[in-house]
Design a protein around this ligand. Structure first.
Ligand code: ASP
Length: 431
């Protein structure tokens, strides 16, 4: 026994995490109630990560901006990032729509099955609908980015507001004299370093946290619903996989990084996003891997990744594209070319205002449905498999953020590839 544990302990952390994930998936249904009872271990793990994220983002963004000392550069990075995010999100929705049209996931659903699902999940749907925020105008969205109280923004983990304040704070520091600026920057640098140490400590219990989270999900998962919705689930996940193995490698190629190298180092972050269903909770580990293992400078990563956790959700965008078509098909509603364009626009905007927390993609899906006049009860058709789709789309969402950070860093000359990376990239180029 000690032999096994000894060997496990010596294993690389990311291998341990993967084992936690696989064991959790297999053990969940066997453990049943026990799996549900150990879920607090997983929740505690998520809380530990979320606990770190606000001070980490705040400190590293302020230090990053204050050390940039060049506002034009900040503007350039901002424009590139937003441009990349908008293009990637719109392409993702469009791909979701195409996949929906080609594979008809909702065609031919049995009328009885449909009626049963609509009534089974009616309660859940009402709960979801109650969470639907009103659709704000673009002007309102912009105004809301300015926090009236930065501490409240931090208390609510509102990344857009936190980023807004941190950037301005960093800019203000650059205007101060060196003598006044230095003490603040020194303190924040130490806060940043301390948070990174904390993340590394928390990561040591990640295998257990991931095991508990996945075991609870698989113990509770309704495999019957999965079977009924198999086509919809396969089309949605298949499209996300397609996007991940086509768009990101293209983007990485433009950045001069080998996709094989990228995924080898990054898959740990994807496993994490998959287990927690939350881009926010994944942010601390994503920052660490993107900077230390993939060579993106802190200036770029500290800005691009937190922004992406809120704004850039490629997986969610694909999910919204496929789901809209699926629900419309089940209700027998035809969508015109104009409608499809509306989906691209609305889903892109909807994903921008949504936070990177579990289940938000289904809430914002209602905005898209409303825009097209599709009955919101349609949510009842997809809610049964929401969790597995949420996990998958979160893994894609965080991949998109880092692919963007790598590209921006490359174009800014701030991609400092470690020696091993360079060799891997050269080999990939040569072949
Ligand atoms: N859970 C996703 C995320 O955190 C958002 C979503 O629900 O689509 O990135």
């Amino acid at each position: 026994m000690t032999g096994i544990f000894g060997r496990l302990r010596r294993m690389q952390l990311h291998t341990q995490i993967l084992i936690g994930l696989l064991l959790g998936a297999v053990a969940g249904p066997v453990l049943g109630d026990v799996a549900v009872r150990i879920k607090p271990l997983g929740d505690a793990f998520i809380n530990l990560l979320i606990m770190v994220v606000v001070p980490l983002v705040m400190a590293s963004l302020i230090v990053g901006t204050a050390s940039l000392g060049d506002l034009r550069k900040l503007g350039r990075i901002g424009l590139k990032t937003v441009g990349y995010y908008v293009v990637a999100t719109a392409l993702a929705v469009a791909l979701g729509l195409v996949a929906g049209q080609v594979f008809d996931p909702g065609a031919g659903m049995d009328a009885d099955v449909k009626a049963r699902m609509l009534s089974d999940y009616a309660g859940v749907t009402q709960e979801q609908l109650a969470r639907v925020a009103e659709k704000p105008s673009i002007a309102e969205l912009l105004v809301r980015i300015i926090p009236r109280n930065p501490f409240q923004a931090m208390a609510e983990t509102n990344f857009l507001q936190i980023i807004f304040f941190a950037l301005l704070f960093g800019v203000a520091l650059t205007i101060l004299s060196e003598q006044r600026r230095k003490p603040v920057v020194d303190v924040l640098e130490s806060v940043n370093d301390a948070m990174i140490v904390l993340v590394k400590l928390v990561m040591r219990v990640a295998p257990i946290g991931v095991f508990a989270l996945i075991a609870a999900v698989s113990a509770q998962f309704g495999y019957g619903v999965l079977l009924t919705l198999l086509k919809y689930v396969v089309v949605t996940i298949g499209t996300m996989v397609l996007f991940t193995v086509s768009f990101y490698p293209m983007s990485l190629y433009l950045s001069g990084m080998s996709p094989a190298f990228f995924f080898k180092r990054f898959y740990e972050v994807m496993v994490f996003a998959f287990s927690t269903s939350s881009s926010n909770a994944t942010l601390p580990i994503n920052l660490q891997v993107t900077e230390e293992e993939l060579g993106v400078s802190n200036d770029v990563a500290a800005f691009v990744l937190p922004l992406g956790a809120t704004v850039n959700m490629n997986g969610t965008a694909i999910y919204q594209g496929v789901s809209t078509i699926f629900i419309a098909q089940v209700f027998g509603i035809g969508l015109s070319a104009g409608d499809l364009l509306t989906v691209v626009l609305t889903a892109t905007l909807a994903s921008i205002g949504a936070a990177g927390v579990p289940g938000i993609g289904m809430v914002t899906l209602t905005i898209v449905l409303t825009q097209l006049g599709i009955p919101l009860e349609g949510i009842a058709l997809v809610v049964g498999v929401e969790r597995i789709l949420d996990m998958t789309r979160t893994a894609v969402n965080v991949t998109g953020d880092t692919a963007c950070a790598i590209w921006v860093a490359k174009t800014e000359g701030e991609l400092r590839l470690p020696e091993a990376t360079r060799q891997a990239t050269d080999v990939a180029r040569a072949s």
